[in-house]
Design a protein around this ligand. Structure first.
Ligand code: 5AD
Ligand code: SF4
Length: 460
């Protein structure tokens, strides 16, 4: 990076990311910001002066990961390395992290990343280096926090986003969440909903297209709750406009909330061929009673109505979902309703989780009556049913020609790795590699299927 003298050793940082795509993209922005501040990213904690964790707290297991990492590498503090905790656990636990892991110097929630440059300057005032070990041990107690409350109306926009993939990239369109589902920690970790203007989103999309990106994924905790601060575009209109940017071949969006999922989104997919024929629509439960207890704001019937809109689309839209099993009070009958919903919808993937009680959430007060064993049993039953359904669903593609974006090459298998518009993995061989490279598009004839992927042969 310009401005950094070659004689001054560059400050280095290591960043590990946990959690969702939103966190992955936040990390790309954090990396860009740090590089701009003169830091260099390194691949191991041993090489780094500053060790950062971008954390997830969606379930207890995810939250514990960061504390395990901090414990594993605590000894490196003696070498003068500094530790920072970013993201959802940072926002949720705040200064309590310093008590649990006193070697941490920086705690910063996602709503405060725009203040990172100043926080880094403060952090640098803490001396580092082996020779100053004693000083470090005491002065590392310098504790820097960035913990906005829910009231911030600022988005984290930066022109320094360091995207890791040169062909497909994320654009955040909305941050935070106002829904307060009874089980969910997100409204507490990511603050209130705030949308970017459609003008700035479209400018970023055009800039990415100019740089050679062909696939864009619009991100938000609830993308379809998007409200243009300029009042110019609805979510469906923004989606269509991004799909019409010259050079963009594929547009995806995640995650959608069923309550705000309008028919206009399906109409946009019908009208604009670059909008991918895949929708991730988390249902969480097939029982209206449980949905009510979860404060999901829709019934089973309303959810199925949205599915019916998608099934009447011109292209076959692949549908995927998230399900929580063992929410407090979920009976066997409720669980069976979830199984019957999976059967009725026919998903191409189901991400299923055992309910995990989270701090601050409304469901914390509910009696968590189900044992871990029972939750595990239900999870297994559901996964077994879904696997059978996916075997049948994926088998239907054998004999069809599908377009893929080439994502990689697996040397040991001698196979290219491709992704279809429906977001399915399609591994394929090619008798000649003419024109094939990562990021290119090609037609593949499907010859075999597995429960989670397809196999084929390039037909160009
Ligand atoms: N326990 C289990 N799963 C959860 N999810 C969100 N909160 C919890 C929780 N407390 C799941 C939901 C959501 C996905 C990202 O994680 O299914 O859609
Ligand atoms: Fe995890 Fe949710 Fe935070 Fe994403 S937004 S990192 S899923 S807690």
């Amino acid at each position: 990076m310009s401005g950094v003298s070659e004689t001054v050793p560059q400050k280095t940082f290591y960043l590990e990311t946990f959690g969702c795509q939103m966190n992955v993209h936040d990390s790309e922005k954090v990396v860009g910001t740090l590089v701009r501040e003169g830091y260099r990213q390194v691949e191991s904690v041993e090489q780094a002066d500053l060790i950062l964790y971008n954390t997830c707290s969606i379930r207890d297991k995810a939250e514990q990961k960061v504390f395990h990492r901090l414990a594993d590498f605590k000894k490196l503090q003696a070498e003068g390395k500094k530790f920072g905790v970013l993201g959802c656990v940072a926002q949720q636990e705040g200064e309590k992290i310093f008590e649990r892991a006193p070697h941490v110097s920086l705690v910063c929630g996602s709503a405060s990343y725009r203040n990172l440059p100043e926080m880094l300057v403060q952090l640098e005032s803490v001396p580092a280096g082996k020779r100053e070990r004693r000083k470090v041990e005491t002065e590392n107690l310098v504790r820097i926090t960035g913990l906005d409350d829910r009231q911030t109306d600022k988005c984290f926009e930066t022109e320094f986003t360091a995207r890791t993939n040169p062909h497909r990239g994320y654009i955040t369109i909305i941050e935070g969440c106002d829904k307060f589902c009874a089980y969910c920690v997100v409204p507490f970790t990511r603050g209130k909903e705030r949308s970017r203007t459609s003008t700035s989103v479209l400018a970023e999309a055009r800039q990415m297209a100019d740089l050679g990106y062909t696939e864009i994924q619009l991100l938000g905790q609830n993308v379809n709750s998007y409200k243009d601060p300029e009042g110019k575009k609805t979510f469906a209109e923004l989606l269509a406009a991004v799909g019409e940017v010259a050079g963009i071949e594929r547009v995806r969006f995640t995650t959608s909330h069923p309550r705000d999922f309008g028919r206009d989104i399906v109409e946009a997919i019908d009208a604009v061929p670059t909008l991918c024929d895949h929708v991730h629509l988390p249902v969480q439960s097939g029982s209206t009673r449980v949905l009510d207890a979860m404060q999901r704001l829709y019934t089973r019937e309303q959810y199925l109505e949205r599915i019916a809109w998608m099934k009447s689309a011109k292209r076959e839209i692949s549908i995927t979902t998230d399900v929580i099993v063992g929410f407090p009070g979920e009976t066997e009958a409720d669980f069976n309703e979830t199984l019957s919903l999976l059967d009725e919808v026919g998903y191409d993937a189901v991400f299923s989780f055992k309910y995990s009680a989270r701090p601050n959430t409304p469901a914390l007060g509910l009696k968590d009556a189900l044992s871990e064993e029972e939750k595990s049993r239900r999870l297994e039953v559901m996964m077994a049913l879904q696997k059978q359904m996916q075997i049948a669903r994926y088998a239907k593609y054998v004999g069809r020609r599908l377009q893929v974006m080439v994502e990689g090459y697996n040397e040991s298998r001698g196979q290219w790795i491709g992704r279809t518009s429906q977001n399915k993995t399609l591994n394929f061989t090619a008798s000649h590699s003419g024109g094939l490279r990562i990021g290119s598009y090609t037609q593949v004839l499907v010859t075999r299927s597995f429960p989670n992927s397809l196999v084929g042969e390039s037909v160009v």
